[in-house]
Ligand binder design. Structure first.
Ligand SMILES: [Zn+2]
Length: 282
């Protein structure tokens, strides 16, 4: 299961040497049209440009949506302790907590995890364009905001589900984000309940302690296995099993785009210390 290409391939030794340089010290290129772009960014764009049709896969995390104003639910602010006491954010969105305290779960969920006005950013738009052109075969994402689809992407494997889909735990009736928000606002305890059967309506989001959807997982692995170029972006690659998916890659080039170093940087052919939106702004 170990991917050979993750152990840096001979075809990209020069890129490997780039990846080994310290973060944040990109050499500025002197070319006419991309003068403000580091050599790492230019290399990645070249790889994307040269990628065979359907052979690029993008694997993204929270950093892809930062520019769209999606809040990071893991960074408690000053108000957090007042409102939620000592319960850490990760516990708040666990299945145990959901079952035991749906009222506080939904307060946290609508407060911290929903950004109704968020719009796709430069990265979402470029990825949709690359798919339309035929280069990109799939987006595999840890995000639950639905912004890739809003930008026009068609093949999006959402490892952690989506806030846009919600289902009644009793009868299975489907509710979109507007509908569940309305049910939340109408309920005296804030817990959205199905008007048809009275059971709780639950977001189609994978909570801690819950397994990933096996179909989504299989399709993500298939896409990654078939890819020549894998771009991993905006993720610290800390969350398993999602992060383990990249081990299935057997292609030529792995690039990691992230502001901070990740534990997998040494397996990549290229590391870009930058904002995802800037890197994909071309
Ligand atoms: Zn129902």
């Amino acid at each position: 299961m170990r991917a050979r290409a993750l152990e840096v391939g001979s075809s990209s030794q020069w890129a490997e040497s780039l990846a080994l340089r310290p973060f944040g010290k990109g050499i500025k290129m002197e070319s006419a049209d991309q003068s403000n772009v580091s050599v790492e960014v230019q290399t990645l764009r070249t790889w994307i440009g040269e990628c065979k049709p359907g052979r690029m896969v993008f694997f993204g995390g929270a950093g892809v949506s930062t520019e769209s104003g999606i809040p990071d639910f893991r960074s408690p602010d000053g108000l957090y302790a007042q409102k939620y006491g000592d319960v850490p954010p990760e516990e708040m969105i666990s299945r145990t907590f959901f079952d035991r305290n749906p009222q506080m779960f939904y307060e946290f969920y609508f407060d911290r995890m929903i950004a109704r006005d968020a719009l796709p950013n430069r990265a979402h738009r470029k990825l949709a364009e690359l798919e339309a052109q035929g280069t990109l075969s799939a987006v595999v994402t840890q995000n639950i905001d639905g912004l890739h689809q809003l930008a026009g992407s068609k093949t999006v494997w959402e490892l952690h589900g989506s806030v846009l889909r919600n289902y009644c735990m009793g009868c299975g009736a489907a509710y979109d984000l507007d509908a569940i928000t309305e049910l939340h606002e109408q309920a005296s305890d804030g817990v959205p309940r199905c008007p048809k059967c009275g059971q709780i309506v639950k977001p189609d989001v994978v909570l801690y302690e819950e397994g990933l959807d096996s179909h989504v997982l299989e399709e993500s692995i298939k896409a990654i296995r078939r890819a020549d170029l894998l771009v991993i972006a905006g993720t610290s690659l800390a969350v398993y099993p999602a992060a383990g998916l990249i081990d299935y890659f057997q292609g030529d080039h792995v690039a990691i785009v992230n502001l901070a170093p990740t534990p997998r940087d040494r397996f990549a052919n290229l590391c870009v210390a930058g904002k995802v939106g800037e890197v994909f702004d071309f």
